[in-house]
Each structure stands twice: as C-alpha cells, then as structure tokens.
Design a protein around this ligand. Structure first.
Ligand code: 13P
Ligand code: SF4
Length: 306
C-alpha cells in the first residue's frame, strides 16, 4: 500500500510529466517506487532504444550518468534530465579517454569495443559500443583478424572471449557491486535449493559465472524468469531487480545471491528528486556536438546489433 506522502509525490510527478511532455525511463536497479512510476523499465539496451524512439520532449532518466549521456547522444534535440547528478558508475570511472588513447598506441590498429558503462569521451575514442545484452553478437560480427581491445569491464570481456573462443585484450575494470557476489554464495544457495536455476549478470566474477545456468543482462534475466519452468531462481545481480522480478513472477521463489550487491549510485534517485528535476528542469545532461557526433558512431552500431 502506498503511503500518503508517496501518493502526493506520484500525483505531482504525473502532473509535471504532462506539463513538460516528459517520459520517465528507469533502469531495472532503481528503487521499487521509482520503477513503479516509470513509463518504461529496462536494461541499458532497452532504455537506449526507448530514448531513441520517444516522441516526448523531455526524458527523465532514472539510472546513472552514462545512461543519460547515451540518451542525450541519441536524442540531441531533446532535454535529458538526470534527477541526481552524482549518480555515476564506478566501472565507467575506471577508464578515461586519455588512458584509452595511450593504450591504443600499444596495439596495432585495435578495434576498441566499449561497454556502454563508460563516459561519452571514452565512447568517442571507441569503434563500437555494446551492452551486456548484445556484447557476444557484436564481437561475433567483427573482422576475425583484427585485434580487439575490450574496455572497461574485464569480466564481461572475459565472458565474451570464452564464449566465442576469441582472444581479446581486456581493460582491468570491474563493477564493485557485482564482485561482491562470491562463488561460495552461489554454492551455498544451490545446496539449500537444489531445484533452483542460477542466473547471473556477466559483470560477475568468472568463478561465479561458471556456476550459473544463465548469464544475462538485466533485461535477459527478466525474460528468463518469466519463461523458465523452474519455480525457484537464484539471482546474481544488483538487488534492485528483485522488485521487478517479484512483481512479474509472484508465484516464483527468488533468492538473492548476495545481500551486499547494492549499487549505491542506482539508489540515489528518489521520488522527491524526480519531482524536483521536473520542476527545475535539472540536471540537464547535454553533450557538446563535436564529442557527441564522434560517440554516436559507436553507439549507433550498438543499437543495430541484436
Ligand atoms: P544491464 O544493461 O544488464 O541492465 O546492466 C547495466 C549495469 O550497469 C549492470 O551493472
Ligand atoms: Fe556501474 Fe556497477 Fe552500478 Fe552497474 S551496478 S551502474 S556497473 S557501479
């Protein structure tokens, strides 16, 4: 049951949304109450596609900065709002455009594949972007002779590389939230719930991935949870996804792999901040045209892949 305070905030958001001609996009890791007021909830790829297609004039991005930046690259004519400017991503901060330029010099014409969890400056220095939903397809489609430099997530890179048996140079970045999920967490839960299927995000450690039945983006996990005949699922990713999984699968038993898997950035966005954001039209995420044009080349290729 919604409390009166939340209901008042929800009413205000509905009114402001109409006045501003705004759409609210929320990532699967957002707080439950934020997911519930969003027009669309999804993974990074879903949200980029929604942003690219929306007819709204304003996009309120309930996620983290790199996601809002991607929306702004795709819709330069729209106003993209991030209700909390400190909603960053530790993994994205593990590489800079300068460091990438230096690394590129150490390789012979490498093809730089950039996980979408990266800054716009880094995307502008990359050949092609991917998300966890299409990284395998993107690498499959590349010229087999060219060296691949995969940035910044070593674990997603490692997963793709082993799935395709393709050697890649991996940047040593990682997600501090996903590395908190340990193989022993999965082993213990599997012993307690032997019938359960294990689904994990590819940002997890390889030792965790090797224990999983399914390795999926957050959107892929939602799909798998709906379609599987298993009635028990062990969930190896950020805990915000449980809200959506429970809502969509009330009859299934879901077990979180680790109570430590909380992304502090994803929790910064609240109903209050969304109201403020729509009232003040803040914080606007706007990318200078020159850098946006360079980054768009890599992002557009990400959208056409599966
Ligand atoms: P998805 O694209 O799978 O939603 O993942 C985004 C993310 O930041 C995972 O940590
Ligand atoms: Fe970044 Fe990890 Fe948070 Fe995803 S969960 S936004 S990779 S810090």
């Amino acid at each position: 049951m919604k409390n009166n305070r939340n209901q008042a905030l929800i009413d205000k958001i509905t009114q402001l949304k109409k006045e501003r001609n705004a759409v609210i996009l929320a990532h699967n890791y957002q707080l439950g109450e934020v997911q519930d007021i969003a027009d669309f909830v999804g993974d990074s790829l879903d949200l980029s596609r929604k942003a690219a297609k929306t007819g709204a004039e304003v996009i309120v991005f309930c996620g983290v900065l790199f996601m809002a930046e991607t929306a702004s690259i795709l819709c330069p004519e729209k106003i993209v709002l991030l209700p909390e400017i400190n909603a960053g991503c530790s993994m994205a901060d593990m590489i800079t455009a300068q460091k990438l330029k230096e690394e590129k010099k150490k390789h012979l014409n490498p093809c730089v594949i950039c996980y979408v969890n990266s800054s716009v400056e880094v995307k502008a220095e990359s050949d092609i972007c991917c998300t966890s939903a299409n990284a395998i397809e993107i690498v499959k489609g590349l010229d087999g002779t060219r060296e691949i430099l995969f940035i910044p997530d070593q674990y997603l890179g490692h997963y793709v590389s082993t799935q395709l048996n393709r050697k890649m140079t991996l940047w040593p970045g990682y997600c501090p939230t996903h590395v908190r999920i340990l193989p022993e967490d999965i082993i213990r839960l599997k012993a307690e719930h032997p019938q359960a299927k294990v689904m994990v995000h590819p940002e997890c450690r390889p030792e965790v991935i090797s224990l999983a039945d399914e390795v999926q983006s957050t959107g892929g996990m939602c799909k798998f949870a709906k379609e599987t005949e298993a009635s028990e699922i062990i969930v190896g990713t950020e805990l915000g996804i449980i809200h959506r999984l429970r809502k969509e699968n009330p009859e299934k038993r879901l077990f979180t792999a680790s109570e430590q898997a909380i992304c502090p950035y994803m929790k910064l966005i609240t109903l209050e901040k969304i109201v403020w954001s729509l009232e003040e039209m803040q914080f606007q995420v706007k990318i200078p045209a020159e850098i946006a044009n360079k980054a768009r080349k890599a992002v557009d290729k990400m959208l056409v892949a599966v």
